[in-house]
Write a protein that binds this ligand. Structure first.
Ligand SMILES: Cc1cc2nc3c(=O)[nH]c(=O)nc-3n(C[C@H](O)[C@H](O)[C@H](O)COP(=O)(O)O)c2cc1C
Length: 429
């Protein structure tokens, strides 16, 4: 009997099953980068994730065919998790009027369509739930600088009179002055995250990330520079992180216990030398990180900056942010906290860099908390998240594998296109 062309399960149309999924190592003893990692009930076949990237291309918060092809391209080509861009949980939480949104049940369907396709390929989809806070209601970046201000006014779909934050301090010149959020606003925000998380589950996403970075709502609440409140949400460190912790609890309560929950933070707002008496810095992040495993957070995605126009980033190479991730990871392990994985992001473009960031020299099954490899070099992170390199090369996972000499599974339809060792040609029948 001729072999059967097996169809992907649970897919309403025929597409061949990808067994194992693209991006799975086929060579024996691959580097850690190409070993699986299991987080709660979800197994990822490698350690390369696509970081969330706003595309400012949604219609009233609805994803479109653009997002379908954009996200599917990475997922189809072997990224073990593709995270949907910052998705606002409330109508006033988009960065621009064209941001992705999940404040209504009607917005579930286009996300479900993407999730179904991603699953048909044996891959995983995440979503970043967000609120832009005082950085909301601005123009898409390609329009910025073209007018008098970067503000999206009502006539272009903006909501400058409904921008909110911890205190009535604008992010910078040309931004809306936010209203100081009331007790009702706080309630609405937490409910917004809870309801959007439920909708994300209904849409079939595998992973949820809460966006607490880059000066958006939570980040501005955590910083003593932008949060000048005098109630239980301002002042001390404990008060400034309260809103984030309450939101994490609300989200964890409504998502399945087997679903990974991630939090992205700005590990420093890069204001250490600004003359301000206090800023959100790496020490603050380490304090926060220690509290997260008890709340059911599985991974801290370590970004930085974006909360202040006067931020000063001291150096800019592949280590500048990855080393912060490494420091947080090491300090957690030193404190005996093993329940929080660390994601590194920022300027990761080369195969060797990606490999060395997550490398763990142990043979056999890797212990995710192992920190020393055989050369005495510390593992810096458990996962690498990559953004811009995927825009340049959606097939980056295959390129990295090729450069590292690791044979990986390609999508079955593309098997003739595989990169070949030593320029070896494939005979096309
Ligand atoms: C076009 C674009 C859109 C982005 N949108 C988001 C976003 O929605 N949420 C987020 O947390 N970070 C966002 N970022 C930041 C990236 O996720 C990432 O942290 C940053 O680009 C550094 O990684 P890279 O050097 O691999 O690009 C965006 C970056 C780019 C280039």
């Amino acid at each position: 009997m001729a072999p059967v062309n097996v169809a992907a399960a649970n897919t309403p149309y025929y597409t061949p099953a990808q067994t194992p999924p693209a991006g799975t190592a086929l060579s024996p003893n691959p580097p850690t980068l190409f070993t699986p990692i299991k987080i709660r009930d979800v197994t990822f076949q490698n350690r390369i994730w696509v970081a969330p990237m706003c595309t400012y291309s949604a219609k009233d918060g609805f994803l479109t065919d653009f997002h379908f092809q954009h996200l599917s391209a990475f997922s189809f080509r072997g990224a073990s998790l593709t995270i949907i861009e910052a998705t606002s949980v409330l109508p006033n939480g988009g960065i621009t009027p064209q941001d992705s949104g999940l404040w209504s049940d009607a917005q579930i369907a286009p996300i479900r369509r993407i999730a179904d396709f991603v699953h048909s390929q044996g891959q995983k989809l995440g979503i970043q739930l967000a609120h832009a806070g005082r950085k909301a209601s601005t123009l898409a970046p390609w329009l910025v600088g073209r007018g008098e201000s970067d503000l999206a006014t009502e006539d272009v779909g903006g909501w400058p009179a409904d921008v909110m934050g911890p205190s009535a301090i604008p992010w910078g010149k040309g931004y809306a002055t936010p209203r100081e959020m009331t007790a009702q606003d706080i309630k609405d925000l937490i409910n917004g995250f809870r309801d959007a998380a439920k909708r994300a589950v209904e849409a079939g996403v595998d992973v949820i990330e809460i966006h607490a970075a880059h000066g958006y709502l939570f980040c501005s609440w955590m910083s003593p520079i932008s949060n000048k409140r005098t109630d239980q949400y301002g002042g001390s460190f404990e008060n400034r992180i309260r809103l984030l912790l309450e939101t994490i609890k609300a989200v964890r309560e409504v998502i399945p216990s087997g679903m990974p929950l991630l939090v992205r933070v700005s590990s420093t707002e890069w204001m250490e030398n600004s003359g301000e008496p206090e800023s959100w810095d790496v020490e603050s992040t380490i304090r926060l990180a220690k509290l997260l495993p008890a709340l059911g957070v599985d991974l801290l995605d370590v970004s930085s900056g974006g909360n202040h126009e006067k931020q000063v980033i001291p150096r800019h190479n592949v280590d500048y942010q990855v080393d912060i991730a490494a420091r947080i990871r090491a300090e957690l392990l030193e404190a005996g906290i093993k329940g929080l994985l660390i994601g590194a992001v920022g300027l990761i473009t080369e195969a060797e860099a990606a490999k060395s960031i997550v490398e763990n020299g142990k043979e056999g099954p890797r212990d995710q908390v192992e920190i020393e490899n055989e050369r005495g070099v510390k593992t810096k992170a458990d996962i690498v998240l990559v953004a811009r390199q995927f825009l340049r090369e959606p097939e980056w996972v295959f390129r990295v594998a090729y450069k590292l000499g690791v044979e990986v599974k390609w999508p079955i339809q593309y098997h003739r296109g595989q990169f070949r060792k030593d320029g070896e040609l494939v005979t096309v029948p």
